[in-house]
Design a protein around this ligand. Structure first.
Ligand code: ZN
Length: 340
């Protein structure tokens, strides 16, 4: 077992130190004595190719595929077999991960809305500020592994990124996102929310990839495989790890489909509260006007199930997994296929 260093003064970390070093970054609580101890590995391998890479899990505490994949790599990656620098933060919002919740129970904040962070802000804002100022400037590739959490929705397995104006950055993001070998690579809207970790990394010009690898607070075996092998494939792609790129889902007959849901109108809110019956599995191709679900309003015996129809041709990237669906919740995302 490697020794672990507790760090209170974060600017004392030597990110160039050769070998593998495990840290627990102490961020003091806002309202009482004590600290969130945020795990981080800094691995400096041999001199050689490699742009520097960071992978995050646990940006949301109730999403486990990233926590497991990044934790496992933290212990498996051997600096003797690695070129360049890898930083791994498997449980970024540590208090949320400990509690198994999306937001931190310490300050109620969502890490993925807290960027760029604030050095004098609450706990979550201070962790985000550390990432913005100490981690992101030291890498060129940023991977943030998500899953749908306990919110009740299910995504088709996808890696993802926002549309960015720089065509070189975009082309490389398509290529790197495809290395996760998920059925879909989703280009999603940056209008849904702001303050994302990926917003910050993209603005800094980093090759920035997110993704949704599970749902409902479980561990999806196939999602974990895409997350774990995907990160290794990215390292291989940049020559940081030896060996060929591996298919994660060799039985699937097609490479990842590049699909887009970049307009707010692609994110359909539930028109009423009810219980959702899916007609398809997520990932299914549907046509415009096709029946994709029914919403049951059990409050009124006279109400027949409300038919939910697809507004366009495309693929179901998101639909409810939990039956109860509240009016206004994002109920359906139909993404259309786009060229690379
Ligand atoms: Zn998430």
């Amino acid at each position: 077992m490697l020794s672990v260093q507790t760090v209170h003064y974060h600017d004392s970390i030597d990110f160039n130190r050769p070998g593998k070093h495990l840290y627990e970054l102490a961020f003091h609580y806002d309202g009482e004595w004590g600290n969130a101890l945020v795990p981080m590995a800094v691995i400096n391998g041999q001199a050689g190719p490699g742009p520097g890479l960071v992978a995050f899990g646990g940006t949301h505490g109730d999403e486990y595929e990233g926590q497991l994949a990044v934790w496992r790599l933290m212990h498996e990656l051997d600096p003797a077999e690695l070129c360049g620098r890898v930083i791994l933060m498997p449980r970024l919002n540590t208090p949320a991960c400990v509690a198994g919740t999306r937001e931190s129970p310490r300050d109620g904040a969502n890490m993925n809305r807290a960027f760029p962070g604030n050095p004098r802000g609450s706990l979550t804002a201070r962790i985000a500020h550390f990432v913005t100022t100490a981690v992101l400037p030291r890498v060129e590739v940023v991977l943030d592994i998500h899953a749908a959490g306990r919110g009740g929705q299910q995504f088709a397995l996808c890696s993802s990124f926002h549309e960015v104006p720089n065509p070189t950055q975009r082309a490389e993001m398509v290529q790197v996102a495809s290395l996760f070998d998920t059925p879909f690579v989703l280009i999603y809207s940056s209008e849904m929310a702001s303050g994302l970790l990926t917003d910050q990394a993209e603005a800094m010009g980093k090759i920035t990839i997110g993704g949704e690898f599970g749902h409902s607070g479980g561990v999806l075996r196939q999602g974990l495989a895409h997350a774990y092998q995907g990160i290794k494939n990215v390292l291989r792609h940049y020559g940081m790890l030896a060996g060929p790129i591996e298919r994660v889902d060799p039985h699937r007959g097609h490479p990842p489909r590049l699909v887009a849901a970049t307009s707010l109108e692609d994110y359909l809110p539930a028109p009423i509260s009810g219980y959702f019956e899916p007609i398809h599995e997520v990932g299914a191709a549907v046509g415009s006007g096709e029946l994709v679900g029914r919403l049951y309003d059990f409050a009124y015996i006279g109400a027949p199930p409300l038919e939910v129809r697809s507004p366009r041709d495309g693929y179901i990237l998101l639909q409810p997994f939990a039956a109860p669906t509240s009016k206004g919740d994002t109920m359906l995302v139909i993404a259309r296929e786009v060229g690379p």
